[in-house]
Design a protein around this ligand. Structure first.
Ligand code: GLN
Length: 494
């Protein structure tokens, strides 16, 4: 059996049982990642940096994660390792410290395999906004892997990493997981420390796992969560994160939004979603299709005010003085000197999407407009959280497709920002409400059109959202469904 057939949890057990040398496992993935994961010649471009060798066996390497290699989204600071958040403005930045989420996983024995490509500062849904070029979807290299954690998703889907870390602000773990046929979990806001994550929108950003299956997601989450004195918004996880074992859904009530009909879900996605609901019923769940989330249609508008507003403030620190790129003003520039240096650094360092968000956010926060935009968006956000609270009185979890479409073609949405933003319809409400949600692959769509490897179709994601800190319940339900679905992601391994 080839080593990559082992899931991360299986590999960790094999190492801990003395049956597998963790350096051999690391070498296997590092070789595959070097060959297929870097830039050029239609390679996937999912890694922006790869470790040369497994880190020296530290005492912790015998921990529960047993030296299993981990791909880490570029925006996590890792001491001495390029950490650029997909942006040219941070080119060459090697932080002097490591993000808490990564440090905890390393303490549990994980080995950083590499940094993964992403949309610049996590702004995007396709990975086409990276300063380091787009990532290709291993299911079809003419299509996007989703974003912004597209590098992490593509690396896991292609079998170039056993698992990966991502972040989700408005869908950036779940949507790429959905489009690449893997599992992605956005935890409850505060469950995982944000310390050392290069910030996009601080009230929404949350780190989480992208994995081949639900058990691996639970295992990775278990070693990430918990209060951190270095992040005042982090919280103690109220219980141990369990490895799921549930085989049925008896007694569980799943709610489908009543207006799903009107949300433009494409036919193949709809079919895979309905099939999964049928499986849920067979497993004993009660499915209610009349869940009212009356403010959900306004989530995109609120998100695209709040996230850019917070981003415009967070990104003010990139001034060419402290980190990364510095571009001096040319001699003949009337705005020379320090201000000229700020302007040229930000002009050359930021990509178009980041500039668009900074302008939108700065406008929304400007005196005289603050109440009309930011203040109002925050009110909508409260309503969305109240909608979910009401829904969770009637059902245990709310379920939707993760995205209305399968992976789209490279370039299909770059000319029209709103069509790119609209892709986040099903994923933005949860971070606005601070609640957890998981995406699991639930089948393939598009075989009729000959899409995907050998015309088999492209993956569809099934999203399950629950109340704050319901991760154990979400993982258990996802695990039972995953077994019933029987999705085979190895089709996309390179
Ligand atoms: N696609 C959304 C955006 O562009 C979400 C990104 C994210 O979750 N980081 O903002």
């Amino acid at each position: 059996m080839s080593l990559i057939e082992l899931t991360a949890a299986q590999a960790a057990s094999a190492v801990n049982a003395g049956e597998l040398d963790p350096r051999e496992l690391f070498e296997e993935y590092a070789t595959r990642a070097r060959e297929h994961g870097l830039d050029g010649e239609s390679r996937l471009n999912c890694f922006t940096w790869l470790a040369q060798a497994a880190p020296e066996q530290r005492p912790a390497a015998g921990g529960p994660l047993a030296g299993v290699p981990l791909a880490v989204k570029d925006l996590f600071c890792v001491e001495g390792v390029p950490s650029q958040a997909g942006s040219r403005i941070l080119e060459g930045y090697r932080p002097p410290y490591t993000a808490t989420a990564v440090a905890r996983l390393e303490q549990a024995g994980a080995s950083v395999l590499g940094k993964t490509n992403q949309d610049e500062f996590a702004m995007g849904s396709s990975n086409e906004h990276s300063g380091f070029g787009p990532v290709l979807n291993p299911w079809d290299r003419g299509r996007v892997p989703g974003g912004s954690s597209g590098g992490s998703a593509a690396a896991v889907a292609a079998g170039l990493a056993p698992w990966a870390l991502g972040t989700d602000t408005g869908g950036s773990i779940r949507q790429p997981a959905g489009l690449c046929g893997i599992v992605g979990l956005k935890p409850t806001y505060g469950a995982v420390s944000r310390y050392g994550m290069i910030a996009f929108a601080s009230s929404l950003d949350q780190a989480g796992p992208l994995t081949r299956n639900v058990s691996d997601a639970a295992l990775l989450l278990r070693h990430m969560v918990g209060r951190d004195a270095l992040d005042a918004t982090s919280l103690e996880f109220p219980e141990a994160v369990e490895l799921p074992s549930r085989e049925d859904l008896r007694g569980l009530r799943l709610g489908v939004p009543a207006d799903l009909e009107d949300t433009g879900v494409e036919a193949g996605v709809r079919e895979a979603f309905e099939r999964t609901l049928e499986l849920a019923r067979e497993l004993g769940a009660e499915v209610r299709t009349n869940i009212e989330l009356p403010h959900a249609p306004h989530a995109l508008s609120a998100y695209y005010v709040i996230a850019p507003a917070e981003a415009s403030s967070n990104l003010a620190r990139y001034d060419g003085v402290r980190y990364g790129l510095r571009v001096e003003a040319p001699e003949d520039d009337p705005e020379g000197g320090l201000v000229g240096m700020y302007m040229h650094t930000r002009h050359d360092g930021f990509g178009a999407e980041v500039k668009r968000r900074i302008m939108l956010g700065t406008y929304a926060l400007s005196a005289g407009y603050y109440d009309a935009y930011y203040g109002r968006a925050q009110k909508v956000r409260t309503r969305i959280a109240e909608d979910f609270a009401r829904a969770f009185q009637a059902v245990d979890f709310v379920v939707t497709p993760t995205s209305a479409e399968v992976a789209f073609e490279l370039g299909a949405k770059t000319a029209e920002p709103w069509s790119m933003y609209a892709n986040d319809y099903f994923t933005v409400p949860m971070p606005l409400a601070g609640i957890p949600a998981i995406s699991i692959p639930c089948g393939l769509s598009g075989a009729q059109q000959g899409l995907g490897p050998g015309g088999a179709g492209l993956p569809v994601g099934f999203q399950i959202a629950g109340p704050a800190f319901s991760e154990n319940g979400l993982l258990a339900a996802a695990y039972a469904l995953e077994r019933a679905i029987g999705f085979d992601g190895s089709v996309a391994w390179v």
